[in-house]
Ligand binder design. Structure first.
Ligand SMILES: [Zn+2]
Ligand SMILES: [Zn+2]
Length: 294
């Protein structure tokens, strides 16, 4: 079930378990707890879903959002964006504080809801172009990464609402692709379900999760088993990196049965940053954040 933002209890419990094994994660967990609090206030507000009620199952070849924009209230988004920038700056202060504050102030004063409602515009490359058009200097990687985080965290509750609507229409059950059934993004990570080991891919934008074969690459759909494999760190078999030698895509994958607990994919994703470093060292790449398959 799409449950985003996650509940306070779940976030607290997860944070505790991550920090117990890696104290360096305390700050990032505190950031997410605060960001989710902000998002919860927005998630409670209703958006106009009329446009989505007419989507039929016969259209399931394309993502739920294909050709449609997410309805986003511009003043709610502006306020959220401004606060998100503030908390990012307070938890992760950097040398470029002025630029990020400018981003918060400028974008919260403009109506950017139409642009931010387009799923295909939420990749880091598209966001970089958008900021450049707005005259905001986000060329430095650190600034761009923070800007992308602020924007994607601010729009996520609106996208998650659409994911919930898609799920209610049984959209996920009919979907057989490696990209997100709702917004079309490549998965941010995966889990292997406790009860049957099935692979559930997770979307980092709308937070949908959908079942997808373990023996096919979610990015290029390669099914040559000699080119598909996984690796993990010694004594950490519950957290694996599945890779494709054809397209070099990798998917971090948590085996819930071996881990002995459920996870919040977003928190699991940031907490396993060391596997991203390892995957890159091994020559695999995630490409840019939010890149679309179709
Ligand atoms: Zn999605
Ligand atoms: Zn591949």
């Amino acid at each position: 079930m799409v449950l985003y933002p996650p509940t306070t209890e779940k976030v607290e419990r997860e944070a505790k378990s991550y920090v117990a094994t890696d104290k360096a994660l305390a700050q990032v967990m505190d950031f997410y707890a605060e960001a989710y609090n902000l998002q919860r206030k927005v998630a409670a507000e209703s958006s106009d879903m009329a446009e989505f009620s007419t989507i039929a199952h016969t259209e399931v070849e394309k993502p739920f959002l294909a050709g449609k924009a997410v309805p986003i209230d511009s003043s709610t988004l502006g306020e959220l964006l401004q606060k998100m920038v503030e908390i990012i700056e307070s938890y992760f202060p950097g040398e470029h504080k002025g630029v990020l504050s400018q981003l918060g102030a400028q974008l919260s004063a403009e109506d950017v809801s139409e642009f931010f409602g387009q799923a295909e515009k939420m990749s880091s490359v598209e966001i970089a172009k958008f900021l450049d058009d707005k005259g905001i200097d986000a060329e430095e990687k650190e600034v761009l990464d923070k800007a992308v985080l602020a924007i994607r965290m601010s729009v996520a509750p609106f996208y998650a609402k659409i994911a919930q609507a898609a799920e209610e229409k049984d959209w996920f059950k009919l979907w057989d692709k490696g990209s997100c059934p709702v917004c079309g993004e490549r998965p941010s990570m995966a889990v292997l379900r406790d009860e049957d080991g099935a692979r559930l891919l997770s979307c980092g934008l709308c937070h949908a999760s959908w079942e997808f074969s373990r023996s096919i690459c979610p990015s290029c759909l390669n099914d040559n088993q000699e080119q598909l494999k996984f690796f993990f760190l010694p004594q950490q078999e519950a957290r694996r990196v599945y890779v494709c030698d054809k397209c070099k895509y990798y998917t971090k994958t948590t085996v819930l049965k071996e881990l002995g607990k459920d996870v919040v994919p977003e928190l699991e994703n940031v907490s396993t940053y060391y596997l991203d470093i390892l995957a890159e060292e091994e020559g695999y790449g995630f490409f840019e954040m939010g890149k679309h398959v179709c």
